[in-house]
Design a protein around this ligand. Structure first.
Ligand code: TRP
Length: 391
């Protein structure tokens, strides 16, 4: 939007984001305490940190999903990943949330791997590389612990035979002017990206299309993906499908606090799931914090958790429970805990997480291929059907 000091699209996030303002600009709803409490009540369990600590902060039509749950009707989950390189801890967030929903409510899960999108996006990416990263990333995603019986994967370049008829229906309803306005594409943009929103829409409708029943979809995703789904929601009803519901997260800050000066530092800006222990330790030690210039000042005035990349990690995952999270936050704010100590404590949580993740990733390797929807060689249909979402 002209006049704003920040901008958020699926293809570019710029400036210091004002999340309340963004919700107004995008026209999404506040994820209120009432909605959270209702969800916790239906789940019969406390909410996961991503929901209880405000990382997921906005939604569209969450009540559609709450009604389905309350009425014991099926719904399904959908999230995705554009595979352009290794994944970092923040990339797992939407999938961790999906897993929680799957576990609590028995819902089916669809993962989309958009190797085509990433290939179209950057001239330097090859199709082989984005495909290869797609397989690697899929292992990280499945390592989160989905139930294989209720989980399927759209791997765009491989699943296209399963996806194409729906993509064709969606594409016919999206005028070029919409794509140009929503994504701000210059006229030099390749036509792959212009078409791409049709593909990202397919999983939203797929279960309804297959079963002939309207089955609502819940998409946990970063707020930057909302523009795609605004377009999807506009075409849903004309096509006879429910509009997908969304819950949106804030964009987690990088370890360098958005202050990268040279491109070589990019790798240091996040904790990658495949970082060696020494690497992860070093990155955390150098991470940007909300601390003061001197120890004396910090003891006296305290630090600022809201701007701290280390606090963001405690918040999104590593604080074990609310009590610990509140304690870390209070000790930071009061100056009782200095940044060095806080980083050392966090490192003790991060290293075991990384090694456990690596083990889970190996454990899912043998089943990953079998979850990808694709046409069997020589046949015209998908090999094995995806699961029909369970009530
Ligand atoms: N476009 C997303 C990306 O670049 C990938 C994606 C596909 C996705 N489908 C999704 C993300 C659904 C969230 C929800 O990373």
């Amino acid at each position: 939007m002209p006049g704003e000091k920040f901008s958020v699209t699926p293809y570019e996030v710029k400036g210091q984001i004002d999340y309340d303002r963004l919700r107004v600009l995008f026209g999404t709803q506040d994820l209120t305490d009432e909605l959270r409490q209702e969800l916790a009540r239906l789940a019969g369990a406390p909410l996961p940190p991503l929901l209880s600590r405000g990382v997921y902060y906005s939604h569209r039509d969450l009540s559609q999903i709450l009604s389905a749950i309350a009425g014991k009707k099926p719904f399904f989950l959908y999230s995705g990943r554009g595979p352009s390189g290794p994944m970092h801890t923040a990339h797992l967030a939407p999938f961790e949330l999906c897993r929680w929903f799957q576990e609590r409510f028995g819902a089916s899960m669809y993962v989309q791997i958009t190797d085509d999108e990433k290939f179209w996006l950057r001239p330097q990416y090859t199709r082989e590389a984005t495909q290869q990263w797609g397989l690697e990333n899929l292992l990280d995603i499945l390592a989160v612990g989905f139930d294989p019986k209720r989980t399927r994967v759209f791997f765009d370049t491989r699943s296209i035979a399963t996806m194409y008829s729906l993509a064709v229906d969606v594409a016919k309803r999206i005028p070029y002017s919409t794509v140009k306005a929503v994504f701000g594409f210059p006229t030099s943009t390749n036509i792959g990206l212009v078409f791409y929103t049709a593909l990202q829409s397919v999983p939203c409708f797929y279960p309804s299309w297959r079963t002939g029943q309207p089955i609502p979809c819940l998409i946990p995703c970063g707020i930057d993906q909302d523009p795609h789904f605004r377009v999807t929601r506009d075409v849903a009803e004309p096509l006879g499908y429910p509009k997908p519901s969304l819950i949106h997260s804030q964009i987690l800050p990088g370890l360098l606090g958005g202050k990268m000066s040279s491109s070589g530092q990019e790798k240091d800006n996040a904790l990658y799931l495949n970082d060696r222990p020494e690497e992860a330790t070093r990155k955390l030690r150098n991470a940007f914090t909300g601390g003061r210039a001197t120890v004396e000042e910090q003891r006296r005035l305290g630090a600022t958790p809201e701007i701290c990349s280390v606090w963001a990690l405690w918040r999104s995952k590593f604080a074990r429970d609310e009590e610990e999270f509140q304690q870390v936050t209070a000790d930071c704010r009061s100056g009782a805990m200095l940044c060095g100590e806080c980083k050392a404590k966090l490192t003790e949580r991060v290293l075991p997480f990384l090694s456990e993740h690596a083990a889970r990733r190996e454990a899912v390797r043998p089943i990953a291929e079998s979850l990808i929807l694709e046409a069997a060689p020589g046949s015209t249909g998908p090999s094995g059907g995806p699961p029909i979402p369970a009530p």
